[in-house]
Design a binder for this molecule. Structure first.
Ligand code: PLP
Length: 455
């Protein structure tokens, strides 16, 4: 088995290297239907098991033709990050180790790395020192973890034990978000049994920021799910103004900062998330702006005792003490990949200054794209919200025209941009989340957008 593993892995690594060699030159876009033969994979059969070398060769061909080139600097879709060299290599190594990071006795190496990475994350994000961080599948899971911990803690303060007695008959709590909360935060609220129809969705300003003066507060405990980085505009809720209005004895503030929380790691952008450290819990991603591979979410909580009391699992065969740092007791999952390893690798190679510089560079490139497109089009390309982080939103006249431009850019293969509807208007989303994006990449993207806009 070992010899076969090494032989097959060599084939996979060679194919991965061949893919990476063209990541900056191959068209960025959906696969060419002539090259992407999905039937090749369908031709394998579970009734006649294949040789692993043939399986890897088929996968390599499928990836070469059908993988979205999102790591070559000119993919501006969604908020999908690239991957740094150390992050990629560390994740290959982690796969070879095949560690279960649920608890320390299962993997001394991942436990040691996890402990350091968790500490560094809290530090680099400028969050309260006593906070505990844990790793999970993504910001959606991290949001769910936060909402559950908040729900349990707020109800415990009223003498209600959700873990023992559930939610039926529990005293009501208020749930407050903005009308521009991300769907992931709303899903977390629904899954935690708090009811979508009970949520107070506070209106926002033109940039998507919650308007604190419109928040209706009652005497009941309140869970606020705020946002660092709106997925369309990159703007954040005004944390200080919101938190100043709260009775902190009776409130829990959770921040969905899937990408925007990283602004707090960059001294020049920190102003856009001012006051974010005053929250009780935070969700963010490694796989977005930190450029670790998928998947990697991070949950951070200033009250480790509250988190543990929601997430603790005990079984006689599981050797974990209540005070021991075990990821299975700091989040939802039991078995899990050692996601801390690529996080540690990025932070170890980039350092505080490197992370700050990468965040700043992405923001500056997004600003540059907005300024140059406005100027080159004589103002006919509209920027729908001031660029403060790595997101820019463009409109090209009416909705049909904007959609046509997005489609033409996607078809060009020069770069990839997505679409959205922002406050009633169709818009092109331009998200600079791959830290390998260069000024040349922005030049090429601007050229592609201008050509599409002129046709
Ligand atoms: C603000 C915000 N929250 C949550 C999410 C969901 O993150 P994930 O896909 O990692 O679960 C996203 C994804 O784009 C996001 O932008």
């Amino acid at each position: 088995m070992t010899d076969e593993k090494i032989r097959v892995l060599r084939g996979a690594v060679a194919a991965a290297i061949a893919y990476i060699e063209t990541e900056r030159t191959a068209p960025v876009g959906p696969p060419n239907p002539d090259a992407f033969d999905a039937s090749l994979l369908a031709s394998f059969s579970m009734d006649s098991p294949a040789d692993p070398d043939a399986v890897v060769a088929a996968l390599a061909a499928a990836g070469e033709a059908g993988a979205m080139r999102s790591t070559g600097g000119r993919y501006f879709g969604f908020v999908n990050g690239g991957v740094t060299p150390a992050a990629l290599a560390s994740s290959v190594l982690t796969s070879a180790w095949d560690q279960n990071a649920a608890l320390a006795p299962m993997s001394p190496v991942s436990a040691a790395i996890d402990e350091v990475a968790a500490r560094w994350i809290v530090d680099v994000l400028g969050l309260p020192e006593q906070s505990v961080a844990s790793f999970c599948a993504g910001a959606t899971v991290a949001n769910l973890t936060g909402v559950i911990a908040a729900r349990d803690a707020l109800l415990a303060r009223l003498g209600w034990d959700v873990q023992a007695d559930g939610l039926f008959g529990a005293p009501p709590i208020d749930v407050i978000t903005s009308a521009e909360a991300h769907v992931s935060a709303l899903k977390a609220i629904r899954l935690a049994g708090l009811g979508a129809s009970r949520v107070q969705e506070v209106p926002t300003d033109a940039c998507g920021r919650l308007r604190p003066e419109l928040m209706e507060l009652s005497d009941r405990p309140a869970l606020l799910v705020l946002q660092a980085g709106n997925v369309n505009t990159g703007h954040s809720d005004p944390f200080d103004a919101i938190i100043d209005r709260l009775d902190r004895e009776k409130s829990w503030v959770h921040v969905d900062g899937a990408f925007g929380l990283w602004a707090n790691a960059a001294p020049e952008r920190r102003v856009h998330v001012k006051g974010v450290e005053r929250a009780d819990s935070w969700a963010t991603d490694g796989h977005k702006w930190l450029n670790t591979p998928y998947d990697c979410g991070v949950f951070i909580c200033s009250d480790s005792r509250a988190l543990r009391s929601s997430m603790q699992m005990d079984a006689s065969y599981v050797p974990t003490g209540a005070e021991e740092r075990s990821l299975m007791n700091l989040g939802i999952q039991m078995s899990q990949a050692a996601r801390a390893v690529p996080v540690w690798a990025v932070l170890a190679t980039e350092g505080r200054a490197g992370v700050a510089a990468a965040i700043e560079r992405c923001c500056a490139l997004a600003e540059q794209a907005a300024a140059r497109l406005t100027e080159a089009s004589g103002g006919s390309i509209e920027v729908l919200a001031p660029v403060v982080l790595n997101q820019a939103l463009f409109a090209f006249g009416d909705d049909a025209r904007t959609d046509a431009v997005i489609e033409a850019v996607q078809a060009s293969g020069e770069c990839w941009v997505g679409g959205t509807t922002w406050q009633g208007r169709r818009a092109m989303r331009f998200s600079v989340s791959d830290v390998s994006t260069t000024e040349d990449d922005i030049d090429r993207a601007i050229g592609a957008v201008l050509r599409a806009a002129q046709t």
